[in-house]
Design a protein around this ligand. Structure first.
Ligand code: ADP
Ligand code: MG
Length: 682
């Protein structure tokens, strides 16, 4: 990598101490950082014909002032200025926020040029710029940067211009020439220049194309190199287990495995018995039967003389997994124990001791498992359930508790292919894409809140058949800010409504672990028929007799979450129902409700969720290991992502890539760019 581009920003002529400081606060330290600080949008100053512009487009238009501006203040510094202009025969309203001084400048019958966002329905332009008179910058587009503190967009443009002038010639290409030619990509220097100083929208398009590909290629190379290195180090232990005993265990299960389960079991078996360390993601919709698969893997581990661990995100889930594993494994002399933060004092010390001397074979638990004091004798297999709730770091700590144990990540949130090939590019992926036989599709309806009475009648009908129901609310208590249903109120209302007929339970995250357990037990023993709950029942809870779920304010949940919630019903052989009570205001909200009523397929839902929300929101936090690209967008640029992935595969597998001089720069880039936080190749 060229040294000069690694120099601090103060080397740019014209950038002083104060600017250096401001840039530093935004994480921009080197000259390369400046050059790669790309605009997030462009202002288009090319004068447009009002007939051709589209709704929500950002445009520049020009017209004669038809009305004197009116100025409204709200709050201390906030204001809104409104006036009308005539363009041809169309009367357009111009709205400017927080620029009260413009009022004096706007004169009747004068020509003004306005740049801003167009609202086709109401014929309003929300102006980011207003110029008196003719447009001066005909046909140019200007980059808009995200800035902070005292730095302005104009200031940023200037800094980047200076950097380009002084150091632009030092921008190197690191993508192999063959690929650059194959895809007709711009050289890097040009691409960067075009993105910062475009003369036409075409410049932006081509500049972007190049940088998107480059970002994906680097990322994929890094992931796949990581995987290769891990595989070749391969210090995992080959586990030898008695295949016959394992088969006996599988046959002892109360049901035959589905084809998909069988396939995944054999993938896991071969990982366990190979010297390569397993690093596998297991995806399967709620109820597809992942737990059994986990149990089989854990039993094989036990047969091979190793300990196993299962880590889950909540105590309830830990307890449930503990119970079901114990039930099926104890008859085979496997000792399963539970460790959560509620296990304390003497009991805890005892457990930890037995874990350390190997008396405990399988440990189930929450985050408590990764505390320092927890030591295994020979941890050989680690499973985490609902992996996306654990950050990259936590996954790593758990892995380090053993000597290169095999690792399986299970998730019931089907991860869209797009994300799976980026975020989990270094893993093998197994999929259970088949439900156990006899499962019925959960009938899902969307009802407005005023239809509550009818919904309650429906609930009653199910309860009369001896079934049970969940009612999900977004909040625990009444909130002043939000007009949404809370569990405590709904519990009160339903207790009243069904008084003397049904018992109504209440469950939320503020109950202690033992209280939660008590409520759950009552529900699963059918002492409580109707359970009002917040989303704490989201993961894992299993009560097959529950066939009905009502979700209040369903528009407040994302698709994946709704799907998870809905997965609490439909677990037995009876027909199940889910009713979404929602009055969504936005189009996206309505779309979500519609999709929910149309499909039960978790993979379809997750793709839609990603589309509606964007990748940033999908996993909820930055720790998830999803990279942040500067220009590329995983959803939008999906095709480029796949292309880059294939190219990366070919490169990583070739000898030339690892040895030849011409790839040296590229190798340097994948080692040194922080594409994947927290994980290092070397
Ligand atoms: P997941 O963890 O994938 O949500 P579970 O492992 O909890 O699913 O399984 C859901 C339910 O289906 C459980 O009651 C389980 O006993 C049952 N089950 C699992 N596999 C099968 C199968 N092959 N045939 C019938 N029922 C199954
Ligand atoms: Mg499960």
């Amino acid at each position: 990598m060229k040294k000069e581009l690694q120099l601090p920003v103060e080397n740019i002529k014209g950038v002083g101490e104060e600017t250096t400081q401001l840039l530093g606060e935004m994480g921009i330290q080197t000259i390369l950082d400046v050059l790669e600080y790309f605009p997030y949008r462009y202002e288009d100053y090319e004068l447009r014909d009002i007939e051709t512009i589209k709704h929500e487009e950002r445009v520049t238009i020009q017209g004669k002032v038809q009305s004197m501006p009116t100025l409204q203040y709200y709050g201390k510094k906030k204001s809104k200025l409104t006036f009308r202009i005539l363009i041809g025969r169309v009367l357009v309203s111009v709205v400017c926020f927080n620029r009260p001084y413009l009022k004096e400048k706007i004169q009747l019958d004068e020509l003004v040029t306005v740049t801003g966002k167009w609202d086709q329905n109401r014929l309003i332009i929300t102006a980011s710029e207003v110029k008196i008179g003719e447009s001066t910058e005909k046909g140019t587009i200007e980059p808009v940067y995200s800035v902070r503190g005292k730095l302005t967009v104009k200031g940023m443009r200037r800094i980047i211009q200076l950097a380009l002038k002084q150091y632009g010639s030092g921008i190197e290409d690191f993508i192999p020439q063959e690929l650059q030619t194959k895809y007709k990509l711009l050289p890097r220097k040009e691409a960067i220049t075009y993105l910062h100083q475009p003369i036409s929208p075409n410049h932006v398009k081509h500049g972007r194309r190049r940088i998107v590909y480059e970002e994906f290629l680097l990322f994929q190379l890094k992931m796949q190199a990581l995987r290769k290195v891990q595989r070749e180090q391969g210090e995992g232990m080959a586990k030898q287990f008695d295949v016959k005993k394992l088969q006996t265990f599988i046959t002892s299960l109360p049901f035959p495995l589905t084809k998909a389960q069988e396939r995944v079991v054999s993938e896991i078996k071969s990982d366990l018995s190979s010297v390569y360390r397993m690093n596998r993601l297991l995806q399967g919709d709620v109820g597809s039967g992942k737990t059994v698969v986990a149990a089989i893997g854990l039993y094989a581990t036990y047969l091979a003389g190793f300990q196993g661990a299962l880590m889950v995100p909540t105590e309830i889930l830990a307890e449930q997994h503990f119970q079901s594993l114990k039930e099926i494994l104890e008859p085979f002399s496997v000792r399963v124990e539970l460790l959560t933060s509620s296990v304390k004092g003497v009991r805890r010390r005892e457990l930890l001791g037995q874990l350390e001397n190997g008396e405990i074979h399988i440990l189930v638990g929450t985050h408590a498992l990764i505390q320092e004091e927890v030591n295994f004798t020979n941890l050989g297999f680690v499973i985490t359930d609902e992996q996306h709730r654990f950050g990259v770091k936590q996954r790593k700590v758990l892995r380090e508790k053993g000597i290169n144990p095999d690792v399986l990540f299970m998730t019931a949130t089907p991860i869209p292919r797009t994300l799976a090939i980026t975020a989990f590019g270094e893993m093998d992926v197994s999929i259970i894409d088949e439900m156990p036989a006899g499962r019925k599709v959960i009938e899902t309806y969307w009802a407005k809140e005023q239809m509550l009475e009818r919904v309650l009648d429906f609930v009653e009908k199910e309860l009369s058949k001896g079934r049970q129901a969940y009612v999900i609310c977004p909040l625990i208590e009444e909130s002043e800010k939000l007009d949404v249903q809370n569990a405590i109120d709904v519990h009160g209302m339903l207790s009243e409504h069904y008084r003397g007929k049904w018992n109504v339970g209440l469950m939320h995250g503020r109950l202690s672990a033992s209280e939660k357990e008590e409520v759950m037990r009552q529900f699963s023993d059918n002492k409580v028929q109707l359970l009002v709950s917040t989303t704490v029942v989201e993961v894992g809870v299993n009560v097959p007799n529950a066939t009905m779920m009502v979700i209040y304010d369903a528009e407040r949940f994302g698709l994946s979450q709704l799907h998870q919630l809905r997965g609490r019903v439909g677990r037995g052989s009876e027909q199940s129902y889910c009713i979404l009570l929602a009055d969504p205001k936005s189009e996206v909200g309505k779309e979500r409700m519609r999709i929910m009523t149309e499909t039960n397929d978790g993979f379809v839902l997750s793709e839609k969720d990603l589309e509606l929300r964007g990748p940033g929101d999908f996993f909820g936090n930055k720790q998830s290991g999803i990279p942040e690209f500067k220009v590329a967008d995983m959803v939008h640029d999906y095709r480029a992502l796949e292309t880059a992935r294939n190219d990366a595969q070919i490169l990583i597998q070739s000898k030339e890539f690892w040895h030849e001089q011409k790839f040296q720069l590229l190798r340097q880039y994948i080692y040194h760019t922080g594409v994947l936080d927290g994980e290092k190749l070397d």
